[in-house]
Write a protein that binds this ligand. Sequence first.
Ligand code: ZN
Length: 276
Amino acid sequence: MRTNLAPLHARLLNTPAIELWPAPLLRARSNGDARLLARARTVLRRKRDGRYLAAALDGGLMPLVPRLADEAGIDKALDLLETQEGPRRGPPPPPGELPLHGLRERLEALGLDDGYATRTGLALVAEPDWLLLAGFDRYRRPLWLRPAAARAWQAMRAAAAADGVTLEAISGYRSHDYQLGIFERKLARGQSMAQILQVNAAPGYSEHHGGDALDIGTPGEPPAEASFEATPAFAWLREHAAAHGFAMSYPRDNPHGIVYEPWHWRFSRWDSPRPS
Ligand SMILES: [Zn+2]
């Protein structure tokens, strides 16, 4: 993967079924992929399984699947690509939110009803229609966040580093499709919904969908373990995160009944009002 795109410049454009990726940030899965990605500006990626659907090259659009025109949501993605490739007209507007109806249908198909929302007091979280590159996570994957959260994370990480503390991102934005995929695979392997919900947030209800939350770690610590609370990184966060607009979402005994997650932080200070 070429990681020559600077944080806070590259954008992930989002539609309900397809993402538009800056090609240099995608991993090549074969030599053919590598040659193609080296020439492409933007790649259309199916969210459900990560399949590359088409690449925007200087010479035009190259389909990467046999029947691109039949692909669900392709019209919306191609319209967005056209806007993206057109002349720049100033800075992009703040992210809007994608509709939730497709998610609701898939949750119903999975057999996950409103009882979950009632039980946990959690609400469905819409995906933003674009995200900003906030840097890279521990695994060298692009870290995507809403723009204000991305800038705040970069500033907070730099402030911690100046104090001799290393903050590492473990995971930022995750799509509904990503979470639905986890559930579909586990159900197919014979696990019950109740079993899966003990370990995974229900698709659509994770703060990671909204692009304001990230899991934070520090070198030498396993990801997403309660032992993180004994690290200097956590002590630093307790003291300084609020000044950067970040708060822990799931402290001990939180009202949602979610296990204590000292690694999960959400940016909120400059939140734009959300439609209800
Ligand atoms: Zn988290």
